[in-house]
Design a protein around this ligand. Structure first.
Ligand code: 2HG
Ligand code: ZN
Length: 453
């Protein structure tokens, strides 16, 4: 049967950029984890904002639902189709405007990868404050849509803290544009702030005006072996006040074992430890002495490796950054059922107790769990090999009971939509739904994401 929407989309973007056959659609239809997947009516790849606007308008006229997609590195099922939606790929919107060095800002297209954004900023002597392991594929649009956090929130804040403006296509195809980048502007509602973290449910982000920072001239990374999460928190307390502090990450011996097994990396420290903390400092002046001073005499620290040189720093970061791929490889190799990834955060005062409860529940369920994440924010990546929804429910209850959040930086997506009531009460959800309904009254944008059913 002829699909007149496909004909119309091909007229807008060119037939080469409307993917209809199963083979060319496949990589857009399954997410990075392989856990979320569905069939798309087609994948459409406009080249610019006008193209996105026309695609959205044509889809709306046909009553077709859209799933916006960037680098498809999301982990909550928000960027893949679920029931025959049109996948709107933004990867061709990869334009980077010249860096405004006086304002320390840049405007980037939704399809620019984080790696390309970093390189562009660095070439102008500046840096972008958000970074994470999926940088080579993850895009500006996707990171704005999820309000991605990453490795340096302790210093620079999350993506929302970098977003000075956005350009976005509304559900009917009209374009809202706020890219002026004025640091002071108190005229009305903060639409860029609202669209940041809206997971493609309110509008399609096409460009973002982003804050940049001075490029640090000095960096140091220390990997510390400690006895427990409580000891890791002692390290955090000791470094928290350093103005140069740019990351405090943590993982455990079980995660390190998987990383080494799947990457072949050597042991990072002479001895093995139950828990590891990675601390990074950066600044315009040398930072190594300051970090050493803060750690000096700290009883919690068993062993330490320090790196200043770029290559050696990357070598230490690899033990933390390669957890995601190592856990995925282990899950695939063990064939022990689906990998459930819960990105949560709890108040630091509850972290040790939360960790114990998670380990207990997973052991009782006969599931293997690997915990790692961003210690400074109490952001735990709970990776359950052979997980299931009942166990997710029990674990997310443990989070909520401690005043935590069910999504710290990956978004709610479809993965956590059913659990939104755990952390957002009825009034709060009604206010969010009112916003959704006023901007997308027909529910065409990313249905099933954020709000279940
Ligand atoms: C990270 O911090 C990412 O490495 C991925 O947020 C976390 O794989 C995960 O669970
Ligand atoms: Zn993370």
């Amino acid at each position: 049967m002829a699909d007149s929407l496909l004909t119309e989309l091909a007229r807008i973007v060119g037939a080469d950029h409307v993917l209809t056959d199963a083979g060319s659609r496949a990589s857009y239809e399954t997410d990075w984890t392989g856990r979320f997947s569905g069939q798309a009516r087609c994948v459409v790849r406009p080249a610019d904002t006008t193209g996105v606007s026309r695609v959205v308008a044509a889809s709306a006229a046909a009553g077709a639902c859209l799933v916006p997609q960037g680098g498809n590195t999301g982990l909550v099922g928000a960027s893949v189709p679920r029931a025959g939606e049109v996948v709107l790929s933004l990867t061709r919107l990869d334009g980077l405007e010249p860096v405004d060095t006086a304002a320390a800002q840049v405007t980037a297209g939704a399809g620019v990868t984080l790696a390309a954004l970093h390189a562009h900023a660095e070439a102008a002597g500046l840096s972008y404050g958000v970074d994470f392991a999926a940088r080579d594929s993850a895009t500006v649009g996707g990171s704005v849509a999820t309000n991605a956090g990453g490795l340096h929130v302790v210093r620079y804040g999350d993506t929302r803290a970098q977003v000075l403006g956005v350009e976005a296509v509304l559900a009917d195809g009209r374009v809202v544009r706020r890219l002026g980048g004025l640091p002071k502007d108190s005229t009305g509602y903060d639409l860029p702030g609202l669209l940041t973290g809206s997971e493609g449910t309110l509008a399609v982000v096409t460009r973002a005006r982003l804050r940049l920072r001075p490029l640090p001239r000095h960096r140091v990374v220390a990997l510390l072996g400690v006895g427990s999460t409580h000891a890791a928190l002692d390290v955090l307390a000791a470094v928290r006040g350093l103005p140069s502090l740019s990351a405090v990450e943590w993982f455990h011996d079980d995660g390190l074992r998987l990383v080494r097994q799947h990457s072949g990396l050597p042991a990072p420290l002479p001895a093995e430890h139950p828990t590891y903390v990675l601390v990074e400092c950066e600044g315009q002046e040398p930072v190594t002495e300051t970090l050493a001073g803060a750690l000096d005499g700290l009883a919690a620290v068993g062993d330490v490796a320090v790196a200043e040189d770029r290559r050696e720093r990357a070598a230490l970061w690899a033990y933390r950054e390669r957890h995601t791929e190592a856990v995925a490889a282990e899950s695939a190799a063990s064939g022990g059922g689906p990998l459930h990834k819960l990105d949560v955060a709890v108040p630091l005062a509850a972290l040790g107790d939360f960790e114990a409860a998670v380990r207990r529940r997973c052991a009782d369920a006969g599931a293997q769990v690997v915990l790692f994440g961003h210690l400074a924010e109490g952001n735990v990546h709970v990776n359950v090999l052979g997980g299931n929804d009942d166990l997710d429910h029990a674990l997310l209850l443990e989070v909520a009971e401690r005043g935590g959040t069910i999504s710290a930086e990956h978004g709610v997506g479809v993965a956590k939509a059913a659990w939104l009531p755990l952390v957002r009460d009825a009034t709060d959800r009604a206010a969010m739904l009112a916003i959704k309904r006023s901007l997308d009254p027909r529910g065409l944008l990313n249905p099933g994401v954020l709000f279940a059913g």
